[in-house]
Design a protein around this ligand. Structure first.
Ligand code: XCC
Ligand code: SF4
Length: 620
């Protein structure tokens, strides 16, 4: 859909407010960047050494080699590998922080968190070969945290969670030499290989990219998810509201944005503090209204039903409502533009992570050892700021669509009565045609939410069960697709299953690290059927992706055997060799492969054709 910024009515209203007020957003800056660098779009520029920068002429008239002799194929492959490494690093470092927190809790050094899911703790301990018989929760947690931290530099051969995949998958990875070893090791090796004068074979580079991404999907991200569940509780279906209309005209509004639930969970706790609530009232507010955004929003909506104010492209729009006393951030997907924008309002922009500082932000270091007090201090600052709100500049759109989220693997199993068999039966008798995972970001290159919502609708209408995470899931929440009532938009078969189970046709499975939940379900389905993941009638898509994390995700989903459609074009078209590897040869190598399709309706058709092909091969 060209020429429109968003399909979300709340975003459109806020963009008008921004325009009228002369305020700049990502959409304006995107336009100002036009035309974007053609070399960059194709992946054909290299800055990996100081003989460069070098760029390859895609039309063949100018230079075809960098100073060192690197061709376009080499440069594109190296750049892609670096994107994967950065994405894998982001997810995995998030995972490490969660595990460190669990270790601190177990050792009694961190007092403000407790272990919320002991069953999951024990199940994970058993998976890691740690005996739980007669041991205290504390001891198990300590041993498990140590074992999980080992995964980052382990020398035992391959990562623990690889044992979740069917034997056929392992054989493929072993044969190709892409079994993920230590999590940190794969990222380090990616940086080593792309350093000047090391790996200059495009296929060899891409294969390592797959290995590095697997250390994210089956390593860092998976540990982030599992340990968050242990510490903060495994999500269960929960109701909430979504979009900017969740901001309150009367209450102190605090937006938490970023990724790691360590911060957001404590803010949820602190916001309940009666002392702080009366402090807010003393300032003339009706109370404290904590809302989320992007993935940290997903973390707290999955576990507490905390309202989610929006997805990636709404972070600036939330400030422009004029109703935010504070934007509190930790890491990832936070626009550096927020500082300057917040300064146009009374809004305090508060950074909390030593890893992520921003211009125009107040830095309040968040220390896990003093978590509740830090969270209280942040909320106090927001309360203090309430009298500075200029009521004449407040504009809050009405949209606040209801959703049901919280579909962890455990929640899905319990909805199915304890086993995957009913799901398999529904797939076999074609009530459910297949499963599609829609994930990832917004990107101003795409009309906001247009691809997400239209793909989801097109797929459920054809009886494809949709599972979602990240900003894709928030798009569906806002569009009303995360409600059991949305079954009326589904095909007859899927609608029947949804009604019988009381679930929506689009299941919100969490934040982006929680794509590991989707992998876990896919692996379990394959094991149950005695086939490989690549044999299942499932597909993935990142319809509006923008981040390097999404590149790592796409790579591990494909490497896990799953066909994946990208809705924005990755910077690889400067190399036929690399493009061919990703979209064709990958199919023979790992079973999964990429397609690029910017039209959501055509993308849905690609997924349906793939699902039907897999069904036929399975004889169902
Ligand atoms: Fe970020 Fe996770 Fe993308 Fe959204 S979907 S823009 S990565 S918040 Ni993860
Ligand atoms: Fe140029 Fe080669 Fe250096 Fe890249 S590594 S900047 S292509 S000389």
């Amino acid at each position: 859909m060209k020429g429109t910024s968003s399909i979300d009515p709340a975003s459109l209203q806020m963009l008008k407010v921004a325009r009228d007020g002369g305020l700049e957003t990502a959409w304006d800056r995107y336009l100002a960047q036009q035309p974007q660098c053609g070399f960059g779009e194709l992946g054909l520029c290299c800055r990996n050494c100081n003989m460069g920068p070098c760029r390859i002429d895609p039309f063949g008239d100018g230079p075809q080699k960098g100073v060192c002799g690197a061709t376009g194929d080499i440069i594109v492959a190296r750049n892609l590998l670096r994107m994967i490494a950065a994405g894998a690093a982001a997810h995995s470092d998030h995972g490490r922080d969660i595990i460190e927190t669990l270790r601190g809790v177990a050792a009694g050094e961190i007092k403000d968190y407790t272990i919320k899911d002991e069953n999951k703790l024990k199940a994970l301990a058993r998976e890691f070969g740690i005996s739980t018989e007669g041991e205290t929760v504390q001891t198990i947690a300590e041993k498990l945290a140590e074992a999980a931290l080992e995964e980052f530099g382990t020398r035992k051969g391959y990562l623990q969670a690889i044992d979740r995949v069917p034997p056929k998958r392992k054989e493929i990875w072993e044969k190709l030499g892409i079994m993920p070893r230590g999590i940190d090791r794969e990222v380090v090796e990616a940086m080593h290989r792309t350093h000047f004068g090391v790996d200059n074979d495009p296929a060899n580079l891409i294969l390592h990219g797959l290995r590095c991404s697997l250390s994210d999907g089956w390593g860092g991200s998976l540990l982030a998810t599992e340990f968050s569940d242990v510490l903060f509780g495994t999500p269960r279906p929960v109701r909430g509201r979504s979009n900017l209309g969740v901001l309150s005209k009367e209450a102190v509004n605090i937006l938490v944005h970023g990724h790691e639930p360590i911060l957001s969970e404590m803010l949820v706790e602190a916001a309940k503090d009666p002392g702080l609530i009366s402090a807010a009232r003393a300032k003339g507010a009706s109370g404290i209204n904590l809302v989320g955004m992007c993935c940290t929003g997903n973390e707290i909506l999955m576990r507490h039903g905390i309202p989610v104010a929006g997805n990636f492209l709404q972070q600036e729009l939330a400030v422009i409502t004029g109703a935010l006393e504070a934007v509190v951030v930790d890491v990832q997907c936070i626009m550096p533009a927020l500082g300057q924008l917040a300064a146009c309002y009374h809004t305090k922009f508060i950074s909390t992570s030593p890893k992520a500082k921003f211009p125009g932000a107040i830095h309040i270091p968040f220390d896990e050892h003093n978590a509740l007090e830090t969270a209280r201090e942040i909320i106090r600052q927001a309360i203090e700021n309430y009298p500075n709100r200029d009521k004449n500049r407040v504009f809050i759109p009405e949209e606040a669509t209801a959703y049901v989220a919280g579909f962890s693997v455990e929640a899905i199993l319990s909805a199915l009565g304890g086993t995957l068999i009913p799901l398999i039966e529904a797939v076999k008798n074609k009530k459910i045609r297949g499963i599609a995972a829609l994930v990832g970001c917004n990107n101003p290159k795409v009309t906001q939410d247009y691809n997400h919502v239209n793909m989801a609708k097109a797929l459920i209408a054809r009886d494809v069960l949709v599972v979602e995470t990240g900003c894709a899931a928030i798009a569906s929440a806002k569009a009303g697709l995360l409600l059991p009532e949305a079954a009326e938009l589904a095909g007859a078969g899927l609608a029947e299953v949804c009604r019988a189970l009381g679930v929506p046709p689009v299941l919100h499975m969490g934040s982006c690290v929680d794509i590991s939940r989707i992998l876990t379900v896919a692996a379990a389905l394959a094991r149950e059927l005695g086939v490989d993941i690549a044999d299942l009638p499932v597909a993935g898509s990142a319809p509006e992706w923008m981040s390097e994390k999404a590149v790592s995700i796409g790579a591990y989903v494909v490497a896990s055997g799953i066909f994946t459609v990208l809705g924005t074009v990755p910077p690889v078209l400067g190399s036929n060799v690399v493009a061919d590897l990703l979209t064709k040869q990958a199919k023979d190598l790992v079973g999964g492969y990429f397609a690029v399709e910017t039209d959501p309706f055509k993308a849905a058709e690609l997924i349906i054709a793939h699902i039907d092909e897999k069904r036929a091969a399975l004889g169902i």
